[in-house]
Design a protein around this ligand. Structure first.
Ligand code: DI6
Ligand code: FE
Length: 410
């Protein structure tokens, strides 16, 4: 029998095994086979719980030095691939302009579209690669990347292919989301319905090229109407692709109800979510993705209805929403902190938000907990207690990251 198992011992496991509590296991260990967790538990139970034949296959052992070990972090909502940056717009907002004013004046998303189209493939990749590395240094192992700054077939393809390339060249999992319904590009000025027809028409080809894992839209006064969003979702459904939605960020458009009708994986932002939307999400099993970075950066004052979501049992995830306009955030740990300080999540909810629930928002059930059968993605932290993950800000206590059963550098 081949020696193909690895034992990771001297770990204080934060398993998140149940529906509540941290699932702490002191003096814990993980047994991994390839990219998968074979067994997780207290080292003293290894003999009793793992058959001798399996134990004999341990080829290597690592001492994790008594570190706190959590599942690898999932950033389930980012717009990581784009050209340029928008610090000037930040400055204009500090001089009194609003985010919506700037968008209406042709700045905002459109200015990033111009910079993205102008960037070479290599430049687009290099900037996204740098940003991904920054997120990885804090223990991120799964990353969602949306398109939406190309807004033409060729450029949406380039953005999605760049995201795929990140997943191929870096030790992390990348999930791609088609967000051509992010803004109306200049070629379709004043003709949003024609643009929706066009972007629905591009989807089959991009999907056939293996570039699309999910479909998203920006349903908003400055984005697309519920009727237009529905057409995007119908195009996704025709191809069997799951949907997500930027819903009720700046106003209540009834987007969450619409998304729930399509069995959406997640509705994201939700500051203006109504009780109707919340009930629809609950019934559909849709994850609420909360984005404190955008709330903070846009100095929003309308809080997402966290207490109601908690009460209803809607799973809550947290993500960076990394993008150049409303959330130039490159720290998922800072989002845990802000999820607690701004949105009043508990530290445990915040950690679940970037592990098991973040994974769920991507339709992934194979990661997010440290239990047998899950992917061997985990992080060793120089911390005493998991509540510290949300407590510190501006500190990176990440000591080691294991991705798919292998130690990685970042
Ligand atoms: N909502 C957002 O917060 C980002 N996109 C979206 O649909 C903002 C994108 C940008 O300003 O570039
Ligand atoms: Fe977003």
């Amino acid at each position: 029998m081949s020696a193909d198992l690895v034992l990771w011992r001297n770990a204080r496991l934060v398993t998140l095994a149940g529906e509540r509590d941290w699932g702490l296991v002191e003096a814990g260990a993980l047994l991994t086979r390839g990219a998968q967790i074979e067994w997780a538990g207290a080292l003293v139970d290894l003999h009793a719980e793992v058959p001798a034949a399996l134990r004999a296959r341990v080829a290597a052992e690592h001492d994790l030095g008594g570190a706190l070990v959590t599942p690898g972090l999932v950033d389930c909502h980012t717009h990581l691939v784009y050209g340029g940056q928008r610090a000037r717009e930040f400055e204009l907002r500090l001089h009194g302009a609003s985010y919506e004013d700037i968008a209406r004046a042709g700045g905002g998303i459109r200015s990033t579209v111009a910079a993205t189209r102008a960037a070479s493939d290599d430049a687009l990749f290099a900037s996204a690669h740098q940003r991904a590395l920054t997120l990885m240094r804090e223990g991120m192992t799964t990353l969602e990347v949306k398109s939406g700054y190309g807004l033409a077939l060729e450029h949406e393809r380039r953005c999605l292919a760049t995201a795929r390339r990140l997943g191929n060249e870096l030790p992390l999992t990348v999930r791609t989301t088609y967000l051509a319904a992010h803004a109306v590009p200049p070629e379709f000025d004043g003709r949003p319905d024609d643009y929706v027809d066009a972007l629905c028409g591009w989807l089959p080809a991009l999907n056939a090229e293996g570039l699309v894992d999910a479909v998203d839209a920006f349903c908003e006064r400055i984005g697309f109407t519920p009727g237009q969003t529905r057409r995007v979702f119908e195009a996704a459904r025709a191809l069997g692709l799951p949907v997500k939605l930027h819903a009720e960020q700046l106003s209540d458009q009834g987007g969450a109800e619409l998304a729930a009708q399509f069995g959406a994986l997640s509705c994201d932002h939700l500051e203006h979510l109504s009780p109707l939307g919340e009930h629809a999400m609950r019934a559909a099993g849709t994850v609420a993705v909360l984005l404190p970075g955008a709330f903070y950066f846009l100095r929003d004052t309308q809080l997402p209805p966290v207490a109601a979501l908690r009460q209803a049992g809607v799973p809550m995830a947290l993500a960076t929403d990394h993008n150049p306009g409303s959330s130039p955030a490159l720290s998922l740990l800072l989002m845990l902190h802000m999820g607690c300080t701004l949105f009043r999540l508990t530290p445990e909810e915040a950690l679940r938000g970037v592990t098991v629930n973040g994974a769920l928002a991507l339709g992934l059930t194979d990661r997010g907990r440290l239990v047998a059968g899950q992917r061997a993605d985990f992080v060793a932290w120089e911390l005493e207690h998991p509540n510290e993950l949300a407590y510190w800000f501006g500190r990176n206590p990440c000591a080691r990251v294991v991705f798919g059963g292998a130690l990685r550098d970042a």
